[in-house]
Design a protein around this ligand. Structure first.
Ligand code: MG
Length: 393
């Protein structure tokens, strides 16, 4: 006897970005498994329009009221969705009663409120958006525990750890080893790195990603944010997390057990693999073009990250160890500094310099609850913008 499985209904936050479009690639490949009930985009109304025509979600959201108006005016499809906008629109999509799974492919702190809304609405979450965990990991995991909500990692390293932990006992876990590609500047000198101004930082050797995470990968801040992400997702201490540079991006991360055994997850550097694992969990989907040719590999190497050449990783460790508001400060200063670098207003070496100055000036507090966390975030953003403007004069 065969059992018909009802398709999983997805609410997708960040549908027009790099992860969002790959989520929709998978929906397209597996129409019997997935359906889209809500899409939240930023300002790319044209791509959202195309996505709506193809996937017919009853609900969508855009960044601003103007974008929502432009979207409605450009309506081409016969069945028009209900259109929301702004931060409230994101939360409406995150809390859609008909969604079985909320996929958060947002970038940055903007994802914090909708992630919390999804948890409070009892939704399983496939989380690609790491910044909310950096800012409010304790709060989010506590809420998720209380409501018995699963947070499934989409980040490739965390998906690797999650996969390696299946069928294991938490008490046997000794250490999590996160791999880092080392980014495009791994073999450059510190002086060469400081002088980088633009496009070379946007060319990652192994992964195709959006601009913010590509710069975070080049500074290694991404790995620092991932250390904090892993700490909360897997409930381990910072002493149980190690980062190793692995330039081939084939071993996506490892878990070490008490007996010294290491379990790793390997695969080609293709985000559709960890995305598919989170979407279909606990099933595995027959993905096309995702096999790894072991005999074609020239070698797998691992070494320690250079914290002097990549001070952002050292700053992230410092913020993680200090705790309290410092990870929020790290994240907010980084988001503002990376945006300034992308606008050509800050050299590459200015990113860690600015973040360090902001962190040094900050007196750590212990925010209680979402509003206090967001207040720190907002204050630090404005301080960082002022500091960058003052430096630019
Ligand atoms: Mg990652």
């Amino acid at each position: 006897m065969t059992t018909a499985i009802r398709p999983k209904r997805l609410a997708l936050l960040g549908s027009t970005g790099s992860i969002g479009t790959q989520v929709l690639d998978l929906v397209r490949l597996f129409p019997d498994r997935f359906q889209v009930c809500g899409l939240a985009a930023g300002r790319n109304t044209d791509l959202l329009q195309t996505q709506v025509e193809e996937f017919r979600p009853p609900w969508v959201s855009l960044a601003t009221r103007e974008d929502a108006t432009a979207f409605k005016a450009g309506k081409r499809q016969a069945t028009a969705p209900q259109v929301f906008w702004g931060p409230e629109g994101l939360e409406r999509i995150a809390g859609l009663p008909e969604a079985d799974l909320v996929v958060s492919a947002l970038v940055g702190a903007v994802g914090l409120r909708p992630t919390l809304t999804a948890i409070r609405s009892g939704k399983t979450i496939a989380l690609a958006n790491k910044e909310p965990l950096v800012m409010a990991g304790e709060l989010l995991l506590e809420e998720a525990r209380r409501r018995n909500v699963a947070i499934l990692p989409v980040d490739s390293e965390h998906s690797a750890v999650f996969q390696a932990l299946q069928g294991q006992q938490k008490k046997d876990l000794k250490r999590i080893i996160l791999t880092a590609s080392g980014g495009p500047f791994r073999t450059w000198s510190a002086d060469q790195i400081a002088a980088i101004t633009g496009p070379e930082a946007l060319n990652h050797p192994n992964w195709k990603m959006g601009p913010k995470i590509t710069i975070d990968s080049a500074t290694l801040m991404n790995k620092g944010l991932e250390v904090i992400e892993a700490r909360w997702l897997f409930g381990v201490s910072l002493e149980q997390i190690t980062v190793v540079v692995h330039p081939q991006s084939i071993v996506h991360s490892l878990v070490e057990f008490q007996d010294g055994s290491l379990l790793a997850q390997l695969g080609p550097p293709d985000m559709r693999l960890p995305i598919a694992y989170a979407l279909a969990y606990p099933d595995r989907l027959p993905l096309p073009h995702s096999a790894l040719d072991l005999t074609g590999l020239s070698g797998l190497t691992f070494f320690e990250p250079d914290l002097e050449k990549f001070p952002c990783l050292a700053l992230a460790w410092q913020a993680a160890r200090a705790g309290g508001s410092l990870p929020i400060v790290l994240n907010a200063a980084n988001e503002v500094a990376v945006a300034a670098f992308l606008r050509g207003e800050l050299p590459f070496g200015g990113i860690p310099r600015i973040i360090r100055r902001i962190m040094e000036k900050h007196a750590i507090i212990h925010p209680r609850g979402l509003e206090e966390i967001l207040a720190v975030d907002e204050k630090i953003r404005s301080l960082t913008e002022t500091l960058i403007r003052a430096e630019g004069r």
